[in-house]
Ligand binder design. Structure first.
Ligand SMILES: NC(=O)c1ccc[n+]([C@@H]2O[C@H](COP(=O)([O-])OP(=O)(O)OC[C@H]3O[C@@H](n4cnc5c(N)ncnc54)[C@H](OP(=O)(O)O)[C@@H]3O)[C@@H](O)[C@H]2O)c1
Length: 288
């Protein structure tokens, strides 16, 4: 496993595991336990995924069984829009900690740049100071927003988790993150089910050349750009496949060829400019 160093001085595995849309709690627990067995140590959940408790149960079971220690794990969750202000963020953070059954989280993100996210950030900064959140970051912050944010806040975000795959390379976002020392983390690194890299002939040709699968090539492409990846799968054999990306290196020419698939837009970056979508997100509730 390779690690990236955050602006906090702590390290984060460059490859982890996401549990978005694993809504059946028993399945989610099984999936996290399988992923720990497959070697994953970074887990990415969120208040809005509704599965923090299942992730927490899997972690407790794995630790009790002696499979991992808490220190070896890197657990991320996210504050939902409903709690995106200074006072509600307190309850939001406390709820995530309680649901996960953990004394601290390794990383906690503002899920969206919606609501009073500056106020919410001040709360996260306090939890960062007390050590209950070892690192704090943001998600879905576009280059202009991230720039404004970094120029305003006291603690610079450690991470910005955004949509990143060959069909949406977001080079401008990576440039801004580099400027502020923010680590990029890719959501939907395999296309998130909306884009299907597996059917792409160009990617199939490259995969064949290296004797790897398209999924492995696509993950490797982000890893070689120093982007943290958190692929999701419920299938054990795919967990093993996605993790097996350390024994080959894409040439610069192939990296560039893969990047040429960029379409310049993704699943969310356009939607956030749609008032209907923003209203819909504000109406998604994670608690009473
Ligand atoms: N911050 C945000 O706003 C945000 C948004 C979206 C996602 N995320 C995070 O990012 C994580 C990853 O994103 P994602 O779940 O949207 O998409 P993803 O990881 O790019 O893709 C998941 C899809 O790919 C399939 N898959 C996984 N491995 C495969 C393989 N080796 N071969 C073929 N198909 C494979 C999965 O199906 P099976 O499960 O059937 O294998 C699933 O349909 C999420 O779980 C979540 O933690 C964050």
């Amino acid at each position: 496993m390779k690690y990236v160093t955050l602006n906090t001085g702590t390290t984060m595995p460059i490859m982890g595991f996401g549990v978005f849309q694993v809504t059946d709690l028993a399945e989610c627990k099984r999936v996290v336990l399988d992923a720990i067995d497959a070697g994953y140590r970074l887990f990415d959940t969120a208040a809005v995924y509704g599965n923090e408790t299942a992730v927490g149960e899997a972690i407790a079971e794995a630790i009790a069984a002696g499979k991992v220690t808490r220190e070896e794990l890197f657990i991320t969750s996210k504050l939902w829009v409903q709690d995106m202000n200074e006072s509600d963020a307190v309850a939001g953070v406390e709820r995530s900690l309680k649901n996960l059954g953990l004394e601290y989280l390794d990383l906690y993100l503002l899920h969206q740049a919606l609501g009073d996210y500056f106020g919410a950030w001040r709360t996260l900064e306090k939890y960062y100071e007390t050590g209950h959140l070892k690192a704090i970051g943001v998600s879905n912050f576009y280059p202009n927003m991230l720039t404004n944010f970094c120029e305003t806040v006291k603690v610079i975000p450690a991470v910005n988790q955004i949509e990143l795959h060959p069909f949406f390379t977001q080079d401008d976002a990576l440039e801004t993150m580099k400027y502020y020392g923010v680590i990029p983390e890719a959501w939907a690194p395999l296309g998130g089910g909306r884009y299907n890299p597996l059917d792409n002939e160009l990617l199939q040709g490259i995969a064949e050349k290296y004797g790897k699968t398209v999924g492995q090539v696509v993950l490797r492409w982000n890893l070689q750009r120093d982007v943290v990846v958190i692929p999701k799968t419920t299938r054990k054999e795919r967990m093993v496949e996605n993790f097996d990306v350390w024994d080959f290196e894409l040439s610069q020419e192939d990296m560039d060829t893969i990047s040429s698939l960029d379409m310049g837009y993704g699943g969310t970056r356009t939607k956030h400019f749609d008032p209907e979508y923003v209203r819909m997100i504000h109406n998604v509730k994670v608690h009473e």
